[in-house]
Design a protein around this ligand. Structure first.
Ligand code: ATP
Ligand code: MG
Length: 279
């Protein structure tokens, strides 16, 4: 028996009726408040399977909160999110949504990797152990298999030769690449990045962005919050501009960077883009 309480009206279309796809993210009219402050004011966004959406916007506009609702690290107060037609964090019973049990939420989360600004590696585990831990614990894979796959993933991010290093022995850029390998270890359909390079020294930013560029070609759906506008222009299918808890405008990099329609978008880019920034 679930201990969940009813929270919201069920969506109009029954989950599970969507065609079989991998990594389709549908965010519908999501609302979220902290106390009296509403930080997401009815946000809707669709990211197609294999798509790359880059979210930009001023500090405090709700970017991290939105990202965290996608893997149910934040509960929504209204609206809903589905992945491949399946609700995130909730199930429909009768006419209402009920929150899933913790066990089911954790299971759902294994399909959604998240990479944070500050890497969040386990300091007492080596690079390889950091990468190989979750597949054993969360998916019941054998230690040998997880280690073999862990080495492949470290190879993919250019760090096979540092497999036995502890996080303190690695640069920030290397730690973030280990964190990306760790997120990949559970074969996620979707990867969420929250300012993955903003804690790095400038000379280490590109090695991490290059790894993400490679991932963007791999068919995994990526949703990336970043202040790196050049990177956003290169990698995004869709650039999403958020301000004050709302999506103000979204479109191709070409549309959003060179011909923004909304005054708020124009004003933001006039402050953050170099004068020579050309699409
Ligand atoms: N756990 C929380 N409790 C209370 N308020 C919060 C909490 N998390 C976020 N907020 C508030 O919600 C608003 C949106 O925060 P959020 O972190 O999503 O913004 P952001 O766009 O990611 O900003 P930044 O670019 O600075 O990372 C801010 O006003 C923030 O202070
Ligand atoms: Mg943030």
């Amino acid at each position: 028996m679930s201990t969940a309480t009813p929270t919201a009206e069920a969506p109009a279309t029954a989950p599970g009726t969507a065609p079989a796809t991998r990594g389709l993210v549908e965010i519908t009219k999501v609302r979220k408040s902290f106390g009296a402050t509403e930080v997401l004011k009815g946000v809707s966004l669709t990211v197609e399977p294999g798509g790359v959406a880059v979210i930009v916007g001023p500090s405090g506009s709700g970017k991290s909160t939105l990202l965290r609702t996608i893997n149910h690290l934040e509960k929504v107060d209204g609206g809903f999110i589905s992945i491949d037609g399946k609700l995130v964090g909730y199930e429909v019973r009768g006419e209402r949504l009920h929150e899933l049990r913790e066990k089911d939420i954790l299971k759902q989360r294994t399909g959604i990797g998240m990479v944070f600004q500050n890497f969040n590696l386990f300091p007492h585990l080596t690079a390889l152990e950091n990468v190989a831990e979750a597949p054993v614990v969360a998916q019941g894979r054998s230690k040998d298999e997880a280690r073999r796959r862990g080495l492949e993933l470290l190879d993919r991010v250019g760090l096979r030769d540092r497999a036995d290093a502890y996080p303190r022995q690695l640069s920030g850029g290397q730690q973030q690449r280990v964190a990306i390998a760790r997120a990949l270890a559970l074969d996620p359909k979707i990867l969420l990045f929250d300012e993955p390079t903003s804690a790095l020294d400038p000379e280490l930013v590109n090695e991490v962005l290059d790894v993400i560029r490679e991932l963007a070609k791999s068919g995994t759906t990526l949703i990336i919050v970043t202040h790196e506008m050049g990177f956003a222009r290169d990698v995004a299918d869709t650039v999403v501009f958020m301000d004050q808890g709302q999506i103000v405008e979204q479109g191709s990099p070409q549309e959003i960077f060179t011909n923004p329609q909304e005054p708020r978008t124009r004003s933001f880019f006039s402050k953050v883009l170099e004068p020579a920034f050309n699409i």
